[in-house]
Design a protein around this ligand. Structure first.
Ligand code: NAD
Length: 452
């Protein structure tokens, strides 16, 4: 029996629309249909599959404003972010449209015959998406998975199903055959769990919390199911005293508060070399106060609300435990707002320093030297991203190589690029998404020997 979920506009707390949640039997039916569609989808010629993905990309491009508008209302994203996110779906599709004709195997010299390798698609791939970046995270899974010849069942987060549902419809409009990409709004423990337990789903791509990721990995172990995990983070922005402090301080709020801090890559720890600490903090304050935290429907808004009342209350719980050094503003009203907040601390055991807050809160701590900075940055179970500000590029590279995280940037806070690999060390994840190798992660490598 289906139930429904009321989708809410987080900037007003007003209901937007009711979305039906798939039941267990509807999930089973969708997986069976995706399995049946796999036989013909994998047989579509490489050039034709590439053409369909390019057509999907151009249909997404034609609906960019509509998709972005849905995310502004459903997730409280700013227009600038939401347009980037919809464009990212288009770009991922175009990039991986280059893959079907390039899934090369190898010819390996052997005695007595010929040895060949093939990259065969897996079958049905289950993609489980969180609420913080509903469009890009969906596309990072489905674009390479489809390109490699798999069919996809995709579950958006309960809170943010609207763009995924629309993308599923646009795929059909672009000419993708039915059941090649199926979007199933539903509850995690029902639809998401069924992806894990159903034997015909051959791989899970999960993005979400580390706690749920662990249970997904354990569930996949039952069937030795392939799994990619993109989980939480507690990333450091390391500022050395020789850095361009004005640039470092001006950019730090965006690295911590983009998407209201609900970003797995948020640089929620700022480490500042002691001689530059006071100057950095005094430059950071006006940058934080100047952030335009506005109704996301206003074009100039730089930060919107949190996704839900629950998320807002979680973040407030962290702030209640500490003294806020300074904060920006947030509009009044019924939406789920929290002002961007800065905490200064030297307590490495505090929750604000150790846990992923997933809200607009950043903690600033001084460090003594390079070794100390790396030790502080690595003192976490997570390892997703990080930034290093220094004019000494040798040190920038050395520190980037020493921080145990998958995505580092020097003198910038680079966003995720679809053509470079992305993923976490330690409990931030398992496997990599994006970049040139992503389609390979949706294949099995088969070796065939032919005797002379
Ligand atoms: P979450 O783990 O609660 O939910 C993520 C998804 O999993 C949702 O679709 C949810 O319905 C589903 N789910 C929940 N329980 C399930 C179960 N038992 N079986 C199968 N599926 C289940 O995470 P969230 O609160 O939606 O997202 C926030 C978290 O995601 C943060 O920790 C953040 O760091 C992380 N995240 C990581 C990345 C990354 O790339 N590393 C990107 C975005 C978000």
């Amino acid at each position: 029996m289906s139930t429904s979920w009321t989708v809410v506009d987080p900037s007003t707390a007003e209901p937007l629309v009711d979305v039906a949640l798939a039941s267990l039997s509807e999930t089973d039916d969708a997986i069976a249909a995706a399995h049946e569609a796999f036989a013909s989808w994998r047989a579509v010629s490489p050039g034709e599959r590439a053409g369909l993905l390019r057509r999907f990309a151009s249909v997404v491009d034609a609906h960019l404003e509509e998709l972005a508008g849905l995310e502004v209302r459903n997730a409280g994203h700013t227009w600038a972010n939401a347009r980037w996110e919809a464009g990212n779906v288009r770009d991922c599709l175009n990039y991986y449209a280059g893959a079907p004709e390039r899934l090369f195997g190898r010819q390996i010299p052997v005695p007595g015959g010929v040895d060949l390798t093939f990259h065969e698609p897996l079958g049905v791939v289950g993609i489980i998406v969180p609420w913080n970046f509903p469009m890009p995270i969906a596309a990072w899974g489905f674009a390479p998975a489809l390109a490699a010849g798999n069919t996809v069942v995709l579950k958006p987060a309960e809170l943010t199903p609207l763009t995924a549902v629309r993308l599923g419809a646009l795929a059909l409009e672009a000419g993708l055959p039915e059941h090649v990409l199926t979007v199933l709004p539903g509850a995690g423990p029902v639809v998401g769990d069924r992806f894990v337990t159903h034997p015909l789903v051959r791989k899970i791509c999960f993005t979400g919390s580390t706690a749920v990721g662990r249970t997904i990995m354990a569930g996949c172990a039952e069937q030795v199911k392939r799994v990619t995990l993109e989980l939480g983070g507690k990333s450091s922005n390391i500022v050395f005293a020789d850095a361009d402090l004005a640039a470092a301080a001006a950019s730090a709020p965006y690295a911590a508060f983009d998407n209201a801090g609900q970003d797995c890559c948020a640089r929620s720890r700022i480490l500042v070399e002691r001689p530059a600490y006071d100057e950095f903090v005094s430059r950071l304050e006006p940058a934080v106060r100047g952030l335009r935290v506005l109704d996301p429907r206003e074009e100039s808004s730089e930060m919107g609300p949190l996704i839900s009342a629950r998320q807002r209350d979680t973040v407030r719980g962290y702030l209640d435990e500490v003294e806020v050094a300074f904060a920006g503003s947030a509009p009044p009203g019924a939406g789920f707002w929290v002002a961007p907040s800065v905490v200064t601390t030297e307590d490495t055991s505090s929750r604000i320093w150790r846990e992923e807050v997933f809200g607009p809160v950043v903690a600033v701590m001084p460090f003594d030297d390079e070794v100390h900075a790396v030790a502080l940055a690595n003192d976490t179970d997570y390892g997703l991203s990080g930034s290093i500000f220094t004019r000494d590029l040798g040190r920038g590279l050395r520190v980037a190589r020493s921080v145990e995280a998958g995505n580092l940037s020097v003198n910038s806070h680079s966003a995720v690029r679809y053509w470079t690999p992305f993923g976490g060390y330690k409990q931030s994840g398992l496997g990599r998404e994006l970049g040139p190798d992503a389609p390979m992660a949706f294949t099995e490598e088969k070796n065939v020997f032919i005797a002379h």
